[in-house]
Design a protein around this ligand. Structure first.
Ligand code: CO
Length: 472
């Protein structure tokens, strides 16, 4: 009998970031996370994803929480397991490209506050948009993971992915993630893709997918058999649907095989017991819509991420044009083609989705071109994998009076950190506040004002107690 080569697969737990972002609009609070954090630290996960993506925006906007404070509190309890975040390349956690000085400072502060692994992606897979963040992570001794925004289309051949993997290795990244935000990677394609990447690079390969189209657990199995090193999973109460495959299921799947994770299912069950009531509450309040838990085969049909589908529905509802849903869905691939066939992930998914909606609602294609569409067509988000449609680009040139650019977009941006700091100095209580403001000026200002009001309340309460002097 031939000897089995043991190669345990690592698990990144996403319940504190992507899982609740995908299922309950990123509304899990720090208070809900902290009581279980120490137990999670004992599991032996490869990493715990707990920050970045939409959590930053949602904490400030809806939960009135300081995201930096959340990170510090989690780090204080999770001492052994690396903490991981999702980072949108030059767009950081926002929706527009920032100057390098902001990118570098954000990376520095993320690591200083407790992040170990930064997963960096670009919505166009333009690696020039990842350079500044990767370099900064290297400098701060963090782990720079570069994520390929996975998508389908003529341009996205195995050779395309192999070439990009090699270039990522040359950039100084520490690992590569296949980021399949839409759940488009089907099992046997995963075998091909992971094998190709393993051939092209020595870097560890991680796979991130969503259960949306119903194939994700099978995709993980084939990927791991093909040599994938780490998979992203979520604790069962916040798994499946538009979230990740369930952690416990994958642990049991590989038990006793060469890829045994070694994780203890009893310990995981205790963690699931903790999260279950939170999920049940979310169902009761309507925060968790049972609809997102089913299999949505439309994502495979239209190659559109689940989050984008729900955005389209709400945009059409607002315009009282719900009957145009299928017309918009069919317009999405056409706009995507005109825009150089980009992957659909933040912010390109919003840009393409909004433009497709406008094209249908206006009754004439590109009668209105959003600012973001213009910027994309003029190269301001970076280089698209295929050339954009010159006729549509012409509209953008005429509307703006600007010529398309071909350089790295951030090369045209002046350092902006000191201007931003001057603008918000009245609210600054910690260095990190400058970055919060840089990303979301309006939301940050509202949050800073709320924070000050809370502090005044606390001060007043303390003063009140002081005044209640004991009768002598
Ligand atoms: Co995701």
């Amino acid at each position: 009998m031939s000897e089995i080569v043991k190669k345990p697969v690592g698990i990144t737990e996403t319940v504190l970031r992507d899982a609740h972002q995908s299922l309950i609009a990123t509304r899990m609070t720090t208070e809900q996370m902290l009581p279980i954090a120490e137990k999670m630290d004992q599991i032996g996960y490869h990493s715990i994803e707990c920050w970045g993506g939409a959590t930053f925006d949602a904490s400030l906007r809806f939960l009135k929480e300081d995201p930096w404070e959340r990170l510090r509190k989690l780090k204080a309890v999770i001492r052994k397991t690396p903490l991981q975040m999702l980072f949108r390349g030059q767009n950081i956690l926002g929706y527009r490209p920032y100057a390098d000085d902001v990118v570098e400072y954000f990376v520095q502060k993320s690591i200083a506050n407790g992040i170990d692994i930064i997963r960096i992606f670009d919505c166009l897979n333009d690696l020039r948009n990842l350079q500044a963040a990767v370099k900064a992570a290297n400098k701060e001794k963090g782990h720079a993971q570069v994520a390929l925004s996975y998508t389908l289309g003529d341009a996205y051949t195995l050779d395309y992915w192999k070439d990009i993997a090699k270039r990522i290795e040359d950039m100084g990244a520490n690992s590569i993630c296949i980021k399949d935000m839409a759940g488009l990677l089907v099992p046997y394609k995963a075998t091909e893709l992971v094998s190709a990447l393993k051939e092209a690079t020595d870097l560890p390969i991680q796979l991130h997918t969503h259960y949306t189209s119903g194939v994700a657990s099978m995709t993980y199995m084939k990927a791991v058999e093909a040599g994938c090193d780490v998979i992203d999973c979520a604790m069962s109460p916040f798994a499946l649907g538009t979230s990740q495959p369930a952690t416990e299921v994958m642990v049991e799947t590989f038990k006793g095989t060469a890829h045994d994770t070694g994780l203890n299912i009893e310990a995981l069950a205790e963690i699931a017991d903790y999260f279950r009531p939170i999920q049940e509450d979310a169902l009761k309040t309507g925060l968790l819509n049972p609809k997102v838990m089913g299999v949505n085969i439309k994502t495979l049909q239209y190659q559109v991420p689940g989050g984008m589908l729900s955005n389209l529905v709400s945009q059409l509802k607002e315009a009282h044009q719900e009957d145009k849903y299928y017309a918009v869905l069919e317009e999405v691939p056409r706009v995507r083609k005109d825009f150089g066939e980009p992957p659909l992930v933040t912010p390109s998914s919003q840009i393409v989705g909004t433009q497709a909606t406008l094209n249908v609602l206006m009754g004439e294609r590109y009668k209105m071109l959003t600012k973001e569409s213009q910027a994309l067509l003029l190269g301001k988000y970076g280089q698209t994998v295929k050339p954009v449609n010159p006729d549509v680009q012409k509209i953008a040139i005429e509307k703006t009076g600007e010529q398309p650019i071909t350089c790295r977009p951030a090369d045209l941006l002046e350092p902006e950190l000191s201007t931003i700091e001057a603008e918000m100095s009245q609210y600054k209580q910690q260095d990190e506040d400058v970055l919060t403001y840089a990303l979301f000026p309006q939301v940050a200002t509202e949050f800073f004002q709320y924070r000050e009001a809370q502090q005044t309340k606390v001060d007043a309460a303390v003063a009140d107690t002081d005044n209640q002097a004991y009768p002598v």
